[in-house]
Design a protein around this ligand. Structure first.
Ligand SMILES: [Zn+2]
Length: 293
């Protein structure tokens, strides 16, 4: 019996050490505290179960899919939502500030302020660095949304790793899910159709992904917005991103999912785009420990 206890204690110590090592190795920028914590929890769970302990897995399973901040919006959706005809749940809000082409601040009817990132689209950068057409996209979003009422539709995942609400932004409530309704009333779609954004599909939020791809194709065919830019050095990299599912960093030789906290921090000159996981690995890149592509 004593032996058994000694072995158990050792296993726990080893697991603890492994978790501590994992924690050191994982990058922990201030914005990513929660995620890194979740990741190190995950490593802890893996370490414990691989060393044969009977500790139940569920107890420490990190809820990466649903960040802690998500609780707040559940309250909102259960009390203040409006129903459109086909049961699309909508949250009415007023846009108070445009951060860039695909991110705004809104005030909910409860007076609560939320930062909202539009689902499925990516506009060129205009804040931390300026990409071609970034300023135009910001100006467009500002002109169309600032001080306007909008109706937010959420998808499977309510928030991203930064705590931003992820939403489809309806300019007026849709009466049904149809191509006509989406292309005329949903701002995410309008951004694509007018060439202010490119498609960025991040599972599991894929409800309108097929429509979005079609709208982008239309914009490309008529050279709308950014698709009509003269080909400069930066343009190819930006276009490449359209079909890329993984983004590598030439410096660190790590690769990430598009929505990883590290992806936005890779300097444009260091970005490498991969269509598949295989392609990245064959090129000698390692999967990121945070987003686990
Ligand atoms: Zn990553």
């Amino acid at each position: 019996m004593k032996k058994l206890i000694a072995v158990s204690v050792m296993l726990i110590l080893i697991a603890g050490l492994l978790a501590a090592c994992g924690n050191e190795a994982a990058p922990t920028p201030p914005a990513a505290g929660k995620t890194a914590e979740a990741a190190s929890n995950a490593q802890h769970v893996e370490a414990v179960s691989s060393s044969g302990s009977k500790q139940p897995k569920q107890e420490q399973q990190p809820t990466v899919e649903k960040p802690a901040a998500g609780d707040k919006i559940e309250q909102v959706t259960s009390t203040e939502n409006e129903k459109a005809e086909e049961g699309i749940e909508l949250i009415k809000a007023k846009v108070t500030k445009a951060v860039d082409g695909d991110t705004v601040y809104v005030k909910l009817e409860s007076d609560k302020e939320e930062k909202v990132r539009f689902i499925g689209v990516d506009t060129p950068e205009s804040t931390t660095k300026v990409e071609p057409y970034g300023k135009e996209a910001t100006a467009y979003t500002k002109s169309k949304l600032l001080n306007k009422d909008v109706w937010l539709e959420l998808d499977v995942q309510e928030r991203d790793k930064y705590g931003r609400l992820l939403a489809y932004v309806w300019l007026s409530p849709p009466t049904k899910e149809s191509d006509e309704e989406i292309r005329t009333k949903m701002f995410n779609a309008v951004l694509l159709l007018e060439g202010y954004a490119q498609v960025m599909t991040v599972p599991p939020n894929v409800k309108y992904a097929e429509y979005f791809r079609k709208y982008q194709q239309e914009a490309m065919e008529k050279s709308a917005g950014l698709w009509g830019l003269e080909v400069k050095e930066e343009k190819p990299a930006f276009s490449q991103a359209v079909s890329a599912s993984y983004i590598g960093n030439k410096n660190s030789k790590k690769f990430h999912l598009p929505d990883c906290q590290w992806t936005e921090k890779i300097a444009p000159g260091n970005r490498v785009y991969f269509k598949s996981r295989d392609e990245a690995i064959k090129a000698g890149y390692e999967p990121c420990k945070v987003c686990k592509p």
